[in-house]
Design a protein around this ligand. Sequence first.
Ligand SMILES: [Zn+2]
Length: 133
Amino acid sequence: MARAMLLRCPNCGGRGLFASFFALKPNCPSCGLRIERGESDYFVGAYLFNLIAVELILFFCVCGFVVFTWPDVPWDLLTYVTGALMLAGCFLCYPFAKMTWLAVDLAIRPLSTEELRWHHDGGDIGDRELPHV
Ligand SMILES: [Zn+2]
């Protein structure tokens, strides 16, 4: 999880997984792990992680702001700033959510040597399917 929060490969700790802030490379440059582990729609769980993380962060920030400014809470300012922070947070937290999702998946379904060999060999080229745990 610590590696994921640093945007490093949760499997090997290697860097350079992102081609840009939002786009992942297909494989880890260090260990060769296919980032989506050979599954379509792999990062649907990352969307859920992103939503939960942003909403929790925003909830605690708003609660702290209300407590700090009580009883003269600037409700109009809070409304607009909260909306802007929610949108910005979804974009800024998205890469972290993807790496966290990959780390959780690797914790639940550890990478086997057979699967890593499958990733190194180009994945689903030909009729070879992902070896399941
Ligand atoms: Zn790696």
